[in-house]
Design a protein around this ligand. Structure first.
Ligand code: SF4
Length: 212
């Protein structure tokens, strides 16, 4: 049984898949407590679902074949691995949003990982498992820095330089109402930083609504 917070259908709001129709499976439970967390409701849930039941639920959104597994932190539940297998066997393209603190070694190559590297303003900046950089697929996986202020920007920039991540796909995602998008854009341009500025599409469309 998997402990699930919610399953919903929407447009992908982040990553290079932004704007695409996607089915979201939000796992319950997280080992971190980021200050800006907008899914605190997912920390606990009474909803327990078997893998066949999850598949049945997401099939109602056919013909969409893009599914994102998110949380919470999905990798805290071991049954996520047979779920990956079942989804790929049914020809789903799988995105995994993970907070970077859990070992990625066992995540299969067919899964596109979107991996957070927490900045200081999250309150969880020591959580990233540096060994996870060994398991990033340069062609498809994405590293994401959520930026709350200029100090976070400098932290992210230094992290990229120190770990030589220039060839990686990197997203800078500003926390709305915390840092001016224009300011962040100007910093990226000034530093010629090879990252993608990603303003959360679902926040622009739906604000803080749940399940979108
Ligand atoms: S890792 Fe994600 S779900 Fe967990 S506390 Fe941080 S923002 Fe919230």
């Amino acid at each position: 049984m998997l402990n699930i917070s919610e399953i919903f259908y929407s447009l992908q709001g982040e990553s290079s898949f932004a704007g695409k129709l996607c089915v979201f499976i939000r796992f319950a439970g997280c080992n971190l407590r980021c200050k800006y967390c907008d899914t605190k409701y997912s920390y606990k849930s009474d909803l327990l679902l078997t893998i066949p039941k999850i598949i049945e639920k997401i099939e109602q959104y056919q013909p969409t074949k893009l599914v994102e597994i998110t949380g919470g932190e999905p990798l805290l539940q071991d049954e996520v691995y047979p779920l990956f297998e079942k989804l790929t066997n049914q020809n789903y393209e799988i995105l995994l949003e993970t907070n970077g603190s859990v070992n990625l070694e066992k995540v299969p190559n067919y899964v596109t990982k979107i991996v957070d590297i927490k900045c200081p303003e999250s309150g969880e900046s020591n959580s990233f498992l540096i060994k996870n950089l060994d398991f990033i697929n340069l062609k498809k996986d994405e590293l994401k820095f959520v930026i709350s202020n200029v100090s976070d920007y400098h932290f992210a920039k230094e992290f990229i330089q120190k770990n030589n991540l220039i060839k990686h796909k990197i997203i800078f995602s500003p926390v709305s109402n915390k840092i001016d998008f224009k300011k962040l854009a100007e910093l990226i341009i000034k530093d010629k930083l090879p990252v993608r500025l990603q303003i959360q599409l679902h926040k622009i469309i739906w604000g803080d609504e749940k399940g979108v």
